[in-house]
Design a protein around this ligand. Structure first.
Ligand code: 3PG
Length: 320
């Protein structure tokens, strides 16, 4: 009897605790799938969903070894509060919500799950574009996407999926990516624009798929968007930080032919909302919000945590 108690205690001490911390929750099947993987590995799973205060996150991370997040912010304060933390996996592509330097200083591995929600975001892009060119379904005659020129800024997983679907609509697709060689873009059957400027100047619609980095923040400015043809549409399913909001507002006031469609509510949402019929924002970022994307990204995150804790696998680590 004494032996078995001792065994249980040792086992408990060894068992890793994984927290899902999602202000915007995963679909139920994704949570069930994560639970199966985490518990199947002999770990414990805790769930913090729809939290409204940072204090709730600080309390929940106190004793965990691993955290699965979405756009949830992991900063130095959270890392300080998570004394046992070894790994954070951002179930998704962009990890600008994690303070990588602070994580490295705390010896915490950070990973993302690239590509897992790319199709969901790409489908939303085309859905929003149909909605836009049909005048937000207000009953007035709209236009079609077939034959229109679509410019994709950054040819990563989402950009590639947007190109694939847009070609199905019969659109002429171009892309520019500062980090992807033109040959790789052309190999995907997409015209490689020579520059970001060319993409904006030549396309009817520009879709943003750049991450929020020091280089890209506020880079989508008046000069760039203002170079678009009459009736141009800018669609943003990437990050609000890449937009120079004051300049875009100024431009929309001057160019009454331009439209701005976004999946990430701008800081100046109320000012943009004044451009009725030329501005639309989803109420909450919806790009990756499908059962399939949640399951793909959530399960990948769970497997990456098990792989790291049990075998030290660091594939997809982003703070190397
Ligand atoms: C991503 O970077 O993967 C997307 O922006 C999805 O973000 P979300 O998980 O908050 O929906």
């Amino acid at each position: 009897m004494g032996y078995s108690w001792q065994f249980v205690l040792i086992n408990k001490r060894k068992m890793a605790k994984v927290l899902i911390a999602t202000e915007k929750p995963f679909a139920a099947p994704a949570v069930a799938g994560i639970k199966e993987i985490i518990e199947g590995a002999g770990f414990e799973l805790a769930l913090l969903e729809k939290y409204t205060e940072k204090a709730q996150l600080l309390e929940a991370v106190a004793d965990v070894d691993a955290i699965i997040i979405r756009s949830d912010k992991i900063d130095a304060e959270v890392l300080d509060a998570a004394k046992n933390l070894k790994i954070v996996v951002r179930a998704g592509a962009g990890y600008d919500n994690v303070d990588l330097d602070a994580a490295t200083a705390h010896k915490v591995v950070v990973m993302n799950t690239p590509g897992q929600n790319a199709n969901a975001v790409a489908e939303l892009v085309l859905g929003l574009l149909v909605f836009t060119v049909r005048n937000f379904y207000n009953g007035k005659a709209g236009s079609e996407l077939m034959g229109k020129k679509l410019g994709i800024l950054a040819f990563g997983n989402v950009g590639r999926n947007v190109a694939r679907i847009a070609k199905g609509f019969g659109m002429e697709v171009s892309a520019y990516d500062a980090y992807c060689p033109a040959e790789a873009i052309e190999a995907a059957g997409v015209h490689a624009a020579a520059s970001q400027a060319e993409l904006f100047e030549t396309c009817d619609i520009v879709s943003l798929h750049i991450p929020a980095t020091a280089e890209t923040k506020q880079s989508i400015n008046k000069a760039l968007v203002g170079s678009m043809k009459k009736g141009g549409i800018l669609i943003n399913t990437a990050r609000k930080e890449v937009i120079n909001e004051p300049e875009l507002l100024e431009l929309l006031a001057e160019r009454t032919d331009l439209k701005y469609i976004t999946d990430i509510k701008p800081d100046a949402d109320a000012d943009f909302a004044k451009f009725e019929g030329r501005y639309f924002s989803t109420p909450k970022k919806m790009g990756a919000q499908t059962a399939e994307a949640n399951t793909n990204a959530g399960l990948a995150a769970a497997n990456q945590i098990v792989g790291y804790i049990k075998e030290g696998i660091t594939k997809f680590q982003v703070n190397k």
